[in-house]
Design a protein around this ligand. Sequence first.
Ligand code: TNX
Length: 517
Amino acid sequence: MKEGRDEDILGIIPPVKMIIKEGGTFSLKNLPPVYYGQDELKDSALLLASCLCGQGEGRTAPAPENISGGRTVILTLEGAPSEQAMGFPDESYTVKITPEGIRVSAPDKAGIARAVQTIRQAAFPSDDLPCLTINDRPRFPWRGMHLDVSRHFFPKDYILRFIDTIALFRFNKLHLHLTDDQGWRAEIRKYPLLTEIGSLRESTVIGHNRERPLKYRDVPYGGYYTREEMEEMVEYARIREIDIVPEIDMPGHMQAAIAAYPELGCTDMKLKPRCQWGISQHILNAEESTIEFMKDILDEIMEIFPCPYIHIGGDEALKYEWQEQRHIQERMAEVGVKSEDGLQSWFISRMGEHLHSRGRHMIGWDEILEGGLPEGAIVMSWRSEAGGIEAAGQGAPVINCTSTHTYFDHYQGPAESEPLAIGGDCPLEKVYAFEPVPREIPEEKKHLVMGSQGQLWTEYIADREYLEYMAFPRALALAECLWCRPEEKDWNVFEQRLDRAERLLDALGVNYRRRNA
Ligand code: TNX
């Protein structure tokens, strides 16, 4: 019997908290029925059955009153969520594997879903699972991956596949950056031109945006998700207990929307969706009608995405137009703010009030601190850790997305030997060394850090293969930073476990960057 860390028993990523190995094995050949103790676990039962034997329907059933003898797999809700979960899903779980079967229990559905993924990893590559007991729980409630589908578009089917891959490493959030200057990607029924005009750009810059003169590929580029497609993504993610966090970026990064509805903007220039990278200097105006328009968009977004969190962007809003234009200056006086930063804060606060009135939390990038942090906002700190430290100081929850460690659009090796990327330097070891709670946050405020996520901005990431190359295995290192306490991490052990995880990615047909490539 071996108790302790899962170093050489299974090699799960991220490692489970406690594992006890007993003798014997449970064979997955002729999988017995997968029972669910409560109806709400049926989806997890179907998923587990289909992962273990390639077939879900017909393999699952409600658990009978008395299970007497015979081989069984059973999922059941048991016990109360721990106080440690602080109102977030608990996500802890227990898995017991004996020669007769598998018993999975957890205080909530999310815990059962994580257990399913642990078993999915454990079952690779052999048909025989070793007998053991696992107890596990995550360190942070926010364990995410972010994906920019504006600069380059990834169709619905690919998003499903990406969700399935990150679920395997017990992530629980997919943040979709749905809109930006270069393309609007979400169908909004009330405003069809957002996608009709805003999803299509005439050309796309070739090579790095720093090069001069800029060169363009003169081929129109577009794509968007219909409402049904977004609903399908939400449902697929729900089965895996992953929240899709939608982002509508405002008041900057809105050129595609202003191109579709010029009355939203500050300029008489006829705009089109932007064809190069970098930040557009065009920004929304602050008219009441624009506020209403944005609220309408958020209403449809909330109908599609049940996630408790809605992201309103707020980053990199260049305020030249606001400074230059008299009607904006007048509007500032009207709403009682003294600076352009104050106006941005007013704008974001209006969105916050709207979201809160519908029972959702608002998230914004750390620029929402400028001009005063809107009430009740959650801050995604990216430019450094400073925004997160400041937000926590003000008592606001923080998601630490510092670009130094979590920007997976950055290079992971020497630029000369890597495919073209935006810049930066973020090798796997650096991600693994990431500690999501900044040291500077005082002890009594550290609980405000909800976790982190890996950013995939896609200016230079145009296809699935390269996206996965940038995402993996860095996302696996991040998954460990989010599941484990610092003292539970060990780079050398991670590297060993990665060998097996890479074979699993191979089997799933997921691309990743080879180490020492
Ligand atoms: C900054 S991070 C941006 C994005 C870019 C990214 C490139 C953030 C909130 N805004 O618009 O794609 O840098 O790394």
